[in-house]
Design a protein around this ligand. Structure first.
Ligand code: GTP
Ligand code: MG
Length: 196
């Protein structure tokens, strides 16, 4: 680990269904949260320069465990998505418990990457998640995903509206696309700042 992270070394570590199963942090950790289908797995693959190290699902709500990846002595944590409409109450309760336990636990929360679809106003659950991160003073950034689906003008308009609605400072928001690579270098920079 020098002044940048070698993402080419990325590998899968383990998948956990309960927070109590996760070993103590042994290195810096970056976690990815956001609604189901927002693009968490895709942005991680883009960081790693890999097509499908992190499973990208055509069926939303597929990632129901906490999945750990590692690159160059940094952990990358793919958290299960929220807000999938066709989920049962039991599944939603399980999600809330898993995420609640995770952020309550004694870990190295170097950076939380909170993903929000740039095309839509943030949902109630996006607000809850980001309010929670702000309220508990987590070091976090918001990645606005799927920017390739909007024109430059629309991107700027949506980014401004979303920042205002979520009440997060300018410097905490990055416009990204896992398809074109927009914003990925900036994200890498923020990860390096938080972890190295
Ligand atoms: N156009 C475009 N599509 C994207 C982008 N990122 C993700 N997608 C697509 O959105 C869908 C969901 O992406 P995932 O990365 O699986 O989303 P996720 O947040 O991991 O979803 P869950 O694991 O279900 O919570 C897939 O069909 C992706 O190909 C992007 O930047 N641009
Ligand atoms: Mg996923």
């Amino acid at each position: 680990m020098a002044d940048s992270i070698n993402y080419q070394l990325a590998k899968f570590v383990a998948s956990y269904g309960k927070v109590s199963q996760i070993p103590e942090s042994t290195c810096p950790e970056v976690s990815f949260v956001g609604r189901s289908n927002v693009g968490k797995s895709s942005i991680m693959n883009k960081l790693f320069g890999r097509k499908n190290l992190v499973k990208v699902s055509s069926t939303p709500g597929k990632t129901s465990n906490i999945n750990f990846f590692e690159a160059d002595d940094v952990h990358f944590v793919d958290l299960p998505g929220y807000g999938f409409a066709r989920r049962s109450k039991a599944e939603r309760d399980r999600w809330a418990e898993l995420i609640g336990d995770f952020f309550d636990s004694e870990r190295s929360f170097n950076l939380v990457v909170s993903l929000v679809d740039i095309r839509h106003d943030p949902s109630k659950l996006d607000h809850d998640m980001i309010d929670y991160l702000q309220g508990n003073e987590f070091n976090f950034i918001v990645c606005l995903t799927k920017a390739d689906k909007l024109s430059r003008t629309q991107q700027a308009r949506q980014a401004a509206a979303i920042k205002k609605q979520l009440n997060v400072p300018d410097e905490n928001v990055i416009i990204t696309s896992s398809q074109t690579g927009t914003g990925i270098d900036e994200l890498k920079k923020r990860i390096a700042e938080a972890c190295l």
